[in-house]
Design a protein around this ligand. Structure first.
Ligand code: IMP
Length: 427
């Protein structure tokens, strides 16, 4: 029987899930992306090439792997077509891609609405990627969304677009903005439907058939658990749930089918966009980490905020996802830093707490309590085993394991596929 492994981000996204997913993808028969849209960005390096994927699952580089974009996603079809084009230009043409007919479509007015809502929120803006993700999910739950399958039904598509555009235009009109023309959108999206048609199917059925025939399935995460609409730092979150719990719902499999939940964490912490971040700091060391770790957003190019590793966050994330192992990424970026800090608790109004407060106002007042670990200066980028790591680096990993109570299954010492050390097999 195959395994069904979920990869989840344990922080605020950008943990290096792309690299791990790509690394694990070669052992999988099917790779599934289940939520979010082109707000995500996976950077993958191999054969001296750099690939940035935003929508397409990472198994696309292996012609034997089936890649599924599942029902929980919100897909901007123009961005998808552009991504397919870019792959083609780099010679990646032999791949298997399946798009759920139940996935929702990010429409042009969703992108404008994202911009508008952010402007109207003023100082309280979320700092979204402005890709229309929130408004697309809003339309989905308001039951006026357009689904990928709708694009293939010309006869009924027009009425659906009319309704959705009518609602959007009420908002645009109230702000004296240019209104959207539903006829023009209809004409354009009928064409888009034709382009996507060969890829569209009932991916839940496909996925269950693959599971029944004993295949290994990899559910690749996008964003991180701290950006989860349910369990993240609301309202500074994304509009979907990037947790293991969301996988069954977002892909159409039974919850009992998941076998492993692999958490991916940076050796430190980063965040893009607004919102609370207890271990954030900005000084010479933070700037060094930003430069060496290339901590700029894959999607928006924004500089990422930098912080120390936060075990309160990781324990919260472990609880929600039931992590069965973790991968510690970008360990090499910490080389040369004299002292490293790990946050083990918070001080809230003079009281020590070990959980993530639900209320943003409380979380904002939390002060981190740190343990300090001596750093290392040796180059670790060619290391192939735990034993080869300098002692202080080993101790840093052991401290993570000790506080979290989850095995470090893997660590990464550089951007290349080969710079990955696995301590336990995942597939
Ligand atoms: P949205 O998903 O574009 O609505 O953005 C909501 C919040 O999630 C913002 O703070 C974004 O910066 C953040 N976000 C969304 N996707 C990612 C990601 O893939 N990596 C890191 N942050 C993300």
């Amino acid at each position: 029987m195959g395994k069904r492994v979920v990869v989840v981000g344990t922080q605020w996204g950008d943990e290096g899930k792309g690299k791990i997913t790509d690394y694990l993808a070669n052992k999988a028969d099917v790779v599934v992306r289940s939520q979010g849209g082109n707000n995500a960005g996976h950077t993958i390096f191999f054969n001296d090439n750099k690939y940035a994927l935003h929508l397409i699952p990472s198994g696309v580089f292996n012609p034997n792997i089936k890649n599924i974009m599942a029902n929980g996603m919100v897909i901007n079809p123009k961005a998808l077509i552009q991504e397919l084009e870019e792959l083609k230009q780099k010679g990646i043409t032999d791949f298997k891609l399946y798009i759920s007919n139940r996935a929702h479509v990010v429409m042009p007015y969703h992108i404008e609405l994202d911009e508008l809502f952010e402007t109207l929120k003023g100082e309280d803006a979320v700092g979204t990627t402005k890709k229309g993700i929130g408004p697309a999910y809003s339309d989905k739950v308001s039951r006026i969304g357009i689904r990928i399958g709708d694009l293939l039904k010309k006869e009924t598509l027009k009425a659906k677009i009319d309704t959705s555009v009518r609602f959007a235009n009420i908002l645009f009109k109230s702000q004296n903005k240019k209104l959207f023309d539903s006829e023009a959108i209809y004409q354009e999206f009928v064409q888009i439907g034709e382009v996507l048609k060969p890829y569209v199917c009932d991916t839940s059925k496909l996925l269950n058939d693959e599971i029944d025939s004993g295949k290994n399935i990899l559910f690749e995460g996008a964003q991180g658990t701290m950006l989860c609409i349910e369990h993240g730092t609301y309202p500074y979150v994304t509009s979907s749930s990037p947790t293991a719990a969301s996988i069954p719902l977002n892909t159409g499999i039974a919850p009992t089918l998941i076998t492993d939940v692999f958490g991916v964490t940076k050796a430190y912490t980063t965040r893009v966009g607004g919102g609370v971040f207890a271990t954030e700091f900005e000084d010479e060391t933070a700037r060094r980490i930003r430069t060496i770790g290339h901590e700029y957003g894959t999607t928006t190019k924004r500089p990422r905020r930098i912080g120390w590793l936060d075990m309160v966050v990781l324990k919260h994330v472990k609880r929600i996802n039931g992590l069965t192992g973790i991968g510690v990424m970008l360990l090499d970026v910490l080389t040369g830093i004299e002292y490293l800090k790990i946050c083990t608790g918070y001080l809230l109004n003079g009281e020590e707490i070990d959980y993530v407060p639900a209320e943003y106002e409380d979380y904002r007042n939390c002060l981190p309590i740190y343990e300090v670990y001596p750093g290392w200066t040796e180059d670790i980028t060619q290391v192939k085993s735990f034993e080869e790591l300098p002692e202080n680096c080993q101790n840093y990993l052991k401290a993570i394991e000790h506080h979290l109570g989850v095995k470090v299954t893997l660590f990464s010492v550089g951007p290349d596929r080969n710079q990955t050390v696995t301590l336990n097999t995942i597939f």
